[in-house]
Design a protein. Sequence first.
Length: 67
Amino acid sequence: MKEGIHPPYQKTKITCACGTSYEVGSAKTDLKVEICSNCHPFFTGKQKFVDTGGRVERFKRKYGMEK
């Protein structure tokens, strides 16, 4: 690898919206995520509502499916 062109590799704290935090190695300093393995429905087996930004409503309006 060439010297001086790569970002510094450091310990990084990843914080989830549920409050869980992990410490990993990365080129970034601090990361904030919305869903982690502690609260993701695939890993927990529990269904959780995640806001899709109005995609369903937009689809219904576009194709005239509103009530």
